[in-house]
Design a protein around this ligand. Structure first.
Ligand SMILES: [Zn+2]
Length: 325
């Protein structure tokens, strides 16, 4: 038996000439162990979302330690794509600069289209056929989200069992009517490559605890799927997800403009009528509006950016189905 090793390589899945002769490279790192299944992590589709970049770093660090200490532990191949939208990341822009388009509305893309379409096409070409793709998003800069996976009900039968092993706090099932078809996840799931969309934290920030939580779930799933060898030791999962869907998620939108000041921590159990925060004015004393929970439940989205316009989303509360009946 030859001694096993992990081959580590970095390459561009797409290289494009820029107008001033610079090269745009969609970069990935590949860890190749045995002949087992292939798994991929995608991040940085939105240039203002950094949580997934840190998860990629944590996984890279873990895999490099495996390469030194237990190379036989990697039974398959892992691909990390931390920056699908490098122009956006470099310029702190959610969309793809110049084209001003959301990369996640350009899938499955086209090899002859404009730059966003070519990035999307290269991504699908390389990700298709993987045993699992996890596409990691942060929230935007306005809202803080608990680590969760969002699943189109069309794919729930195959994806929910995977998502339950991802060490998340929430699985949010979305009805077919509200699903966007031009996303990387929809494109991959439509061709039979399972893709889980993780949302967590807040835009332009990293939340190290959330990143480590999701990392341990990813490792567990990789082991389940045979990407990692059965004898690799992992810590037990310490989060079990609640299930949300269109029937038990309540949106709290601002009744008036002002500064939203929460009086409660994110991811807290709340009672119907409980005060969650106040909207106040920078010009006067007193309270413009009180924000109260409409149901018994758990506060899983909380506004991070205080300025609100009338109608702005401030929070989401998930009713606990069992308790409400
Ligand atoms: Zn995103």
């Amino acid at each position: 038996m030859p001694e096993s090793t992990i081959a580590i390589s970095t390459s561009c899945i797409l290289s494009l000439e820029m107008p001033y002769s610079e090269q745009l490279c969609i970069r990935r790192t590949v860890y190749r162990g045995g002949d087992g299944p292939r798994a991929a992590i995608v991040a940085g589709i939105h240039g203002d979302e950094l949580e997934g970049l840190y998860v990629c770093h944590l996984l890279a660090d873990w895999l490099e330690q495996m390469a030194r200490e237990n190379p036989a532990g990697l039974a398959g191949t892992v691909e990390l794509y931390p920056a699908m939208n490098p122009l956006g990341l470099d310029t702190l822009t959610r969309a793809i600069p110049v084209f001003d388009t959301d990369l996640n509305r350009n899938f499955p893309g086209s090899p002859n289209g404009d730059l966003p379409k070519r990035i999307a096409h290269a991504a699908i070409e390389n990700l298709s056929g993987a045993a699992l793709v996890v596409d990691i998003h942060a929230s935007n800069i306005y809202l803080r989200e608990i680590p969760q996976v969002r699943i189109n009900t069309d794919f729930a039968d195959s994806l929910v069992p995977l998502a339950q092993r991802l060490n998340l706090d929430l699985i949010w099932l979305h009805g077919a009517m509200t699903v966007l078809e031009a996303t990387v996840a929809h494109s991959l799931n439509s061709v039979g490559t399972p893709c889980l969309v993780v949302e967590m934290g807040v835009g332009m920030r990293i939340t190290p605890d959330y990143c480590r939580q999701v990392m341990s779930g990813i490792l567990t799933l990789w082991k389940d799927l045979g990407v990692l060898a059965p004898d690799v030791e992992l810590p037990p999962l310490n989060h079990l997800p609640l299930i949300a869907d269109d029937s038990n998620v309540h949106y709290l939108n601002a009744p008036t403009s002002g500064l939203f000041v929460p009086v409660i921590e994110h991811w807290t159990d709340v009672r119907k009528g409980q005060l969650l925060g106040n909207i106040v004015s920078p010009l006067q004393g007193g309270i413009l509006a009180e924000v109260r929970s409409p149901v018994d439940g758990i506060l899983f989205t909380l506004r991070e950016y205080p300025l609100v316009y009338e109608g702005s989303l401030m929070a989401r509360v998930m009713a606990r189905k069992g308790r409400l009946a």
